[in-house]
Design a protein around this ligand. Structure first.
Ligand code: NHW
Ligand code: EN5
Length: 388
């Protein structure tokens, strides 16, 4: 069934539930001198390219490949449209390797036809912190699908990760592969219900009119929590402490230091937004919430071309109830003109989703580890990792 994935060091379907197998790396590292020194072979019309995201020209090529060929929903109504600024942010975290930003070009025209990326991360799995690559943005041009290009790209990124002496990876996908560590549900909170209905993202509920629906999703004009404000550079140490302490409770979560928090959570316009609660009396930072900006192209609508979506990222509550904190996140997202606020049922998100009028979507997200076995699949609420 999975001619490629059967050959890879990942949990296999036949082993699901076999608790005699050891937890941890599936195969040991090999000496670096034994890692293949040359790139894998591509079909002869194509060549490898390393994509320098500093170059405006290359960044535009990557942007256009993804805008036209990346992930769609199951009815092909929407397609992710990551912005150039977002791609630069996602691909250049602390310690990134340009060699992990891999493209494929047609030799004749030099057109970019495929892409895959890795970025380095320290991910804690149970009580062990593991150096990993986070793999994302795997994309093959629509005209080159089903030619087994994806396995070659995955083997090539694996080789380049190995050359940096890293032997594990984390990735997500909307499709089922061998074998998920957990499966998450997407939830959606309408901010602009009229537009969402007009473009077919959501439907008018039974016994609902448009005006009742608009009223149902109305939000206040400003956040309710005293001391709620945008995160600033000077907050990085306090936010890092808050987040590290919070993420410690989950089975799989990133091991963020201050450099990571500055990169991944300091607000960047139209990319990532972060807010915190500073208690007015004692100037202590007690709560934190964040979301990233990922619009989708609306395929074939006369009136609208983009859906502006916010995606829940990392949230921590120690004093403000999580429900109230996330309601404030919805309020600021609405003020910033987002059409919808999306979230997965990870971490403690189930405690606010229904009450804040999120509804389950038709999509799921499966999480995977490469070359690391977990004896038991996790509940989505045991997962403390959000990939972009
Ligand atoms: S998930 C988003 C993936 N991208 C898209 O869905 C965009 C639209 N689709 C496409 O561009 C986030 C193509 O359909 C793609 C497949 C390129 C997806 N992950 O070339 P063939 C990520 O980026 C397997 C992994 O003929 P294609 C995470 C499939 O099961 N494998 O197909 C990426 C089959 O293998 P099998 C996937 O449709 C994580 C083989 O590819 C997959 O022309 C990557 C077919 O290849 C997916 N999303 O191209 C893994 N989709 O064994 C990283 C299909 O079943 C692993 N396949 O026969 C770790 C590496 C680093 C390790 C470091 C130590
Ligand atoms: C991750 N880095 O399917 C890369 N999205 O539910 C891989 N559905 O938006 C990710 N089909 O349910 C791949 N509206 C997995 C995600 C692929 C994209 C995807 C789903 C997630 C989605 C929408 C639109 C469906 C359009 C028809 C959806 C219902 C919203 C409704 C609002 C009101 C309350 C009930 C729910």
């Amino acid at each position: 069934k999975h001619k490629f994935w059967e050959t890879q060091p990942v949990g296999q379907f036949k082993d699901v539930g076999d608790s005699s197998l050891p937890e941890g790396p599936i195969e040991p590292p090999t000496p670096l001198s034994e890692v293949k020194q040359e790139p894998y072979n591509l079909p002869s019309q194509y060549e490898w390219t390393t994509c320098d995201m500093d170059s405006e020209e290359t960044c535009t090529e990557v942007y256009n490949l993804l805008k036209n060929n990346y992930v769609e929903d199951d009815e092909n109504m929407f397609r992710f449209n990551y912005s150039k600024e977002f791609l630069r942010w996602a691909l250049r975290p602390p310690g990134y390797y340009t060699s992990w930003h891999i493209g494929v070009r047609a030799k004749a025209s030099k057109k970019l036809v495929a892409f895959i990326t890795g970025v380095p991360a320290r991910i804690r799995v149970l009580d062990e912190v593991v150096k990993m690559a986070e793999i994302n943005f795997l994309c093959v041009h629509k005209k080159l699908r089903s030619k087994r290009l994806a396995p070659v790209m995955i083997k090539e990124v694996t080789r380049r990760v190995h050359l940096e002496n890293i032997w594990q990876a984390a990735y997500t996908a909307g499709v089922v592969l061998p074998t998920p560590i957990t499966t998450c549900q997407y939830w959606h909170r309408s901010l602009n219900p009229k537009k969402l209905i007009d473009v077919g993202f959501s439907r008018l509920g039974a016994r609902m009119t448009m005006s009742r629906t608009i009223k149902l999703y109305k939000l206040p004009d400003s956040p309710a929590t005293p001391g709620f404000r945008k995160m600033e550079l000077c907050d990085v140490p306090a936010v890092t402490r808050l987040l590290r302490n919070y993420l410690g409770q989950f089975a799989v979560a990133p091991d963020f230091d201050e450099n990571d928090v500055e990169h991944w959570l300091l607000p960047t316009e139209d990319v990532v937004d972060s807010y915190l609660v500073e208690s007015p009396e004692i100037h202590e930072i007690t709560d934190f919430c964040s979301f990233y900006t990922l619009p989708s192209s609306i395929l074939g609508n006369q009136t609208y071309s983009t859906l502006k979506a916010a995606y829940s990222y990392y949230n921590v509550s120690t004093k403000t109830p999580l429900l109230q904190l996330m309601n404030d996140a919805l309020i600021v997202a609405k003020q910033k003109d987002f059409d919808v606020f999306n979230a997965l049922d990870v971490m403690q998100n189930e405690t606010f989703l229904k009450e804040l009028k999120f509804g389950p979507g038709d999509g799921q997200l499966h999480y995977y580890l490469y070359n690391y076995r977990l004896r038991k699949a996790l509940k989505s609420s045991e997962l403390g990792l959000v990939l972009l």
